[in-house]
Design a binder for this molecule. Structure first.
Ligand code: HDE
Length: 690
């Protein structure tokens, strides 16, 4: 489609929408202040910016100092309300490319032609914490994508967990009140480990399934680049013939789904609370563009009732083994934002921003979301014109009779701002469905108005059990430990006991083990008898790749001259070795060569790396050995791969780690690199005795 008009800062004239369209549009708003004269906002050149205007050098500041007043007033108003949920987020630009046409299922233009590219903007987030909170909180992650299509913006506002806590949007304020820090003391920040959250869960057992995910490794991702995304709600595709399919959306990370361990997560929150945003930012700056494949699960309308769960229930997933995920495209994030406030903070997503061919279902959570998102932007972004902010503007023209409001930028010319009219030839005018006008799917509804929940939504445990059954042994241990940690932080024994009884409805063994850790006895029985499992749910079945993994290379003075070749080989295999030593600057090799030091033991920590490589050094101090030993032992306890060569084996031996699972000491040269890369690709060695 050709965008044939310039629309209030829209894209250039007569230009087809392509992967660069959004960037070109944003370019019109970029301002580079470097090497310019300082002015006020009125454009007046300023001669002095150090001192306010005073009555005498030691006298009071004068009201007439308009420069001081403007500067200070602007500063005083620089903050806007943070998002009530998903406040802590980070975003990037990218492109979505379609592999396979979805034309049989949807008429959405950006999903028709293989090879078609659409600009996207993606914001990842945690849910519970405020804007400055640590990023390794145990929490779901938001995964919101804005597609700037030729038919308008399409927002896929998802999470990294495929189900949700509640079935009806009316309970969302209750859930979030329980989840957020407790109101009497505002503790704890960005954590579910407190009484009100677990009290809510135990008394609203539709949350059983989601809480299993939230206590699993999924809630502590290694990277935004290594987590799945899910649309969660059931949407509807409608094709050119008007035929409809139910659809669930998926993002699958090309690097696989990987997590850190809980002890590590807590330490990272202290050592580097920006760990996830730094990872995303640096990956893009280094050209390691994060990639996610796009998939859809489709159910024909006539098959709506063929499943042993209600396909509109947002606490249920569609097992991939029953309804395969059809991979049809890929998104690549390739550009960091220029300004976090202007883009990441001001972006406004809305699951109701759809294009022709994508429609809603009666999923009662989705129905409520359709109201909430615009409403929240009105307070957060200060009025009804947030669609005019550069990051939110569609790349195609938009015309209607909406006018005025705070911060209006468009100058709508002419005197007609109403429909119908004769003075402007009855324009802007609605267009037919055939011409691209959005027409809602004509679903037949024949019902009474009731405040009720469908009987088909009342099984809260079968899929919670399915999830549990699908976990590998280490994943089960992590879940048991997570429940034990969270409930252990609850002050009310009654809350702990109630959750334990809920767990007994999912799996008696799970409940018993958590009970043992808490010193409590399970009273109830296992309600469910679901023995099904879904291999797709276990992270042990994910893709294993060494790409972009960070290796801490522990080096002291006097290292072997052949080390450089090993580091090059590790880089050639896609990993990122970074040198850590006991001092900054550079370390000197036995042949006099210099190796720049990236971090010292003061500024780096094993929790910030995926693997450790230990190299000998003749000039090691006892302090070096102490620091390196701590580093290695901690990495070992977090199940990470460890390699040693050029005499580094000695320290590994002293730590009694030689021969342990995932510890490589016996090989050298290319064989060492190959074996070490395999260990790194393995991510963690869960079966290691710690
Ligand atoms: Fe949201 N959600 N949500 N949510 N949500 C918001 O909108 C809401 C839900 C999700 O990076 C808010 O702009 C209700 C499910 C993401 O800017 C708010 C319900 C899923 C983001 C809101 C849900 C999400 C939000 C707060 C239950 C996964 C961050 C700020 C009916 C599919 C988007 C904002 C960004 C943000 C409401 C449930 C994902 C208050 C009422 C399920 C990724 O409107």
């Amino acid at each position: 489609m050709i965008c044939d008009e310039l629309n209030g800062g829209g894209i250039s004239l007569n230009k087809k929408v392509n992967e660069n369209s959004k960037d070109e549009q944003l370019e019109q708003y970029r301002v580079d202040d470097r090497e310019k004269a300082l002015t006020t906002n009125q454009g007046l050149k300023v001669s002095e910016d150090e001192f306010s205007l005073k009555a005498g050098e030691r006298g009071p500041t004068l009201l007439e100092d308009f420069h001081f007043r403007e500067k200070m007033t602007h500063f005083d108003h620089e903050r806007i309300p943070e998002r009530i949920v998903h406040a802590r987020g980070y975003a990037a630009h990218g492109v979505f490319e379609l592999y396979e046409s979805l034309q049989p299922y949807t008429k959405a233009k950006f999903l028709q032609t293989p090879g078609e590219k659409t600009p996207v903007f993606v914001r990842f987030s945690t849910v519970a914490g405020s804007r400055g909170s640590g990023e390794l909180a145990r929490d779901a992650r938001g995964f919101a994508t804005k597609f700037y299509t030729e038919e308008g913006n399409y927002d896929l506002v998802g999470n990294n967990i495929p189900v949700f806590f509640i079935q009806d949007a009316i309970k969302f304020p209750d859930l979030i009140h329980a989840l957020k820090p407790e109101p009497h003391n505002e503790i704890p920040q960005a954590a579910t480990a407190h009484d009100t959250f677990w009290d809510f869960i135990a008394n609203n057992q539709e949350a059983a399934h989601m809480v299993m995910w939230a206590m699993s490794d999924r809630a502590i991702p290694r990277s935004f680049r290594m987590m799945e995304g899910f649309g969660v709600n059931t949407f509807r595709f409608v094709n050119e013939e008007g035929k409809s399919h139910f659809v669930k959306f998926h993002w699958k990370p090309v690097l696989g789904v990987h997590s850190v361990v809980w002890d590590e997560a807590q330490k990272i929150n202290g050592k580097d609370p920006d760990f996830h945003r730094r990872d995303l930012y640096e990956s893009i700056e280094n050209g390691n563009y994060p990639e996610f494949e796009f998939g859809v699960q489709l159910i024909a309308e006539e098959d709506e009732f063929k499943f042993d769960f209600d396909i509109l229930d947002p606490t249920k997933l569609w097992p991939e083994e029953e309804v395969p995920v059809k991979i049809v495209g890929k998104m690549t994030l390739n550009r960091n934002v220029d300004n976090v406030f202007a883009e990441t903070e001001q972006v406004a997503f809305h699951p109701g921003s759809v294009v022709p061919g994508i429609d809603f279902t009666n999923d009662p959570l989705l129905q409520g979301r359709l109201f909430s998102y615009t409403d929240t932007q009105l307070i957060r972004l200060g009025g009804p014109n947030f669609h005019e902010l550069p990051i939110n503007r569609p790349v195609c023209p938009f015309h209607n009779n909406q006018r005025d409001g705070y911060g209006r930028q468009t100058i709508n010319v002419g005197r007609v701002s109403y429909h119908k009219n004769s003075l402007a030839g009855n324009t802007p005018t609605p267009v037919s469905e055939a011409e691209g006008g959005y027409a809602h799917y004509q679903e037949k509804i024949d019902a009474r108005k009731v405040r009720a929940r469908s009987e088909s939504f009342k099984d809260h445990f079968s899929q919670a059990t399915l999830f549990w059954n699908s976990m590998s042994n280490p994943e089960k241990i992590h879940i048991i430990n997570a429940f034990s940690f969270e409930l252990g932080k609850c002050l009310e024994i009654s809350v702990r006991q109630q959750v334990l009884e809920m767990l007994a409805n999912i799996d008696l063994d799970l409940a018993t083990k958590v009970g043992e850790n808490l010193g409590l006895v399970v009273q109830g029985n296992n309600l469910t008898s679901n023995s099904k499992s879904s291999p797709a749910l276990s992270q042990l079945n994910t893709k294993m790749k060494p790409d972009t993994r960070k290796i801490a290379v522990l080096v002291g003075e006097g290292f072997d001259a052949d080390l450089a070749a090993v580091l090059d080989a590790l880089k050639a295999n896609g990993t990122q070795p970074e040198v850590v030593s006991d001092h900054g600057g550079a370390v000197t090799g036995e042949d006099g060569s210099l190796l720049p030091v990236d971090h010292t033991f003061l500024t780096a920590d094993s929790v910030l790396f995926d693997a450790v490589y230990v190299v000998s050094s003749q000039g090691k101090t006892s302090m070096y050995n102490k620091e390196a030993s701590y580093f290695i032992k901690e990495a070992y306890e977090h199940y990470k791969p460890i390699g040693a060569s050029f005499g580094g084996e000695q320290l590994i031996d002293e730590l009694r780690l030689t021969g342990q699972l995932g510890v490589l000491t016996k090989e050298t040269g290319n064989s060492f690199v190959d074996s070490f890369i395999n260990l790194i690709a393995n991510h963690r060695f869960w079966d290691r005795a710690v």
